[in-house]
Design a protein around this ligand. Sequence first.
Ligand SMILES: Nc1ncnc2c1ncn2[C@@H]1O[C@H](COP(=O)(O)OP(=O)(O)OP(=O)(O)O)[C@@H](O)[C@H]1O
Ligand SMILES: [Mg+2]
Length: 212
Amino acid sequence: MNDPQKAKFVSFEGIDGCGKSTLMDRLADWLKEARIPYVRVREPGGTTIGEKIRQILLDPASSDMTGRTEVLLYSASRAQLTWQVIVPALERGEWVLADRFVDATFAYQGFGRGFDPERLEMIQRWATGGLWPDKTILLDCEVALAMSRLGGREGTDRDRIELEEEAFHRKVRSGYLALARKEPERFILLDASKPLEEVVEDFRKRFWLARF
Ligand SMILES: Nc1ncnc2c1ncn2[C@@H]1O[C@H](COP(=O)(O)OP(=O)(O)OP(=O)(O)O)[C@@H](O)[C@H]1O
Ligand SMILES: [Mg+2]
């Protein structure tokens, strides 16, 4: 984070409804004001191929998907995104803002579904050629609060992962916290239960103002 000339690869993580998109909007505004070029991507998806994989992954009709298929489809979408969009953007000197990246697999498929973290890491390193975010913003709050922020989406509007029971999302949340504890240099952990403007202010101080 010390070279102001170097493009930054920043990922945003946390359970559904914690506020990732909202905070990414703010960072996008600050980058525009500072005339720093950036690209913004989402996972799964972000490419034509990745969006097709996203449909398969999130379709509630894919309820018979095996865990291994899930790991590999997320990783396939990520590989496509990495090589088609992220690597070229960083090479052009642009920042990359990613709505989820490798940590989502560690949290959801590792802590959530119980897959071996070392094997998952090996698959991620292969899929991304070892490309890792420079900084990862983890938005943390209670599962019930995050769900309530999604406006009590009706059952029929929820995707396959959102339809998982609350216990699954609690495992994912605590998994994310464990990841942040393991890599305190890369992660910025934000208390997302605070009012939005306070979360934004914490983010501004701890990431934006501290970036050089
Ligand atoms: N700190 C906050 N306090 C109150 N409301 C918030 C806060 N952060 C975000 N919100 C609101 O909660 C809702 C969900 O936020 P957002 O869409 O940013 O979450 P997300 O993590 O991107 O969710 P998803 O994983 O479903 O994309 C939005 O309506 C947003 O305005
Ligand atoms: Mg979002």
